[in-house]
Design a protein around this ligand. Structure first.
Ligand code: 1GP
Length: 228
């Protein structure tokens, strides 16, 4: 679990972490080197994933990226079929905001036969979908409703339940391309309540939005659309 330990060490050292999310469906192999030059210098992680990715495309994307960068590559799968052994770690997501058993535990069980053949470091992640003002792909694919940004208590309780269930990370997700990101009041309440790292993503497009998320307590910010 060296990648998780590094993440915790960064937090102890007060180093804010930035993951750039690459959606294999929107990524051109030939432009990998150019893409990697464009992303911010302070990038600490690459996440690879999307809600709908064609068979084999994640594998190919990770392979191309691996040849060009030493940044750790974390899988952020929309479906168990996206898992590839070529990445470094897997965010083993459970969609705690929803009540669809398939995304709470079904996909996770389907993933096991793939994981047996890999050395992927597996990081249990409580994934909480929060309303970002658009009909997110996550919501459509999983057939679940996001939690309202007004209902901070529900979000905080969901995050703490995730921690008690054994999650090593909590991911507050407004959905890719969200109109508005998870607000700072939510991030800071979650951060002050739980004792595991908080990742925040969805709709963060500007430096100011990124800094606001960090100030509120995000240990890691995820940006995708801004660099597509
Ligand atoms: C989506 O949190 C990520 O799963 C990133 O969202 O594409 O809006 O940056 P954006």
């Amino acid at each position: 679990d060296t990648f998780y330990k590094t993440l915790l060490n960064n937090i102890s050292a007060k180093k804010k972490q930035l993951a750039i999310l690459i959606d294999p469906e929107k990524f051109t192999n030939a432009e990998a080197a150019v893409f990697l030059k464009k992303i911010p210098n302070e990038t600490t992680h690459l996440f690879v994933g999307g809600s709908t990715v064609k068979n084999g495309r994640t594998n190919e994307t990770v392979q191309v990226l691996k040849a060009e960068t030493n940044l750790p590559i974390f899988l952020f799968p929309g479906d168990y079929s996206h898992i590839t052994p070529l990445a470094d770690a897997l965010l083993f997501l459970t969609l705690l905001s929803g009540r669809n058993a398939e995304y709470l535990v079904g996909q996770q069980i389907k993933a096991i036969s793939k994981l047996k053949q890999t050395a992927l470091q597996i990081i249990s992640t409580g994934y909480i979908l929060i309303d970002g003002g658009n009909n997110s792909a996550v919501s459509k694919v999983t057939k679940t409703e996001p939690l309202s940004q007004q209902n901070i208590e529900e979000i905080v309780h969901t995050a703490l339940a995730g921690q008690y269930m054994g999650a090593k990370l909590i991911y507050l997700e407004a959905g890719s391309g969200a109109k508005f990101p998870v607000n700072g009041a939510i991030i800071s309440r979650v951060k002050s309540t739980i004792s595991i790292p908080v990742i925040v993503g969805g709709g963060i497009k500007t430096e100011a939005q990124k800094q606001a998320a960090y100030r509120a307590g995000a240990d890691m910010v995820v940006m995708g659309t801004a660099f597509e």
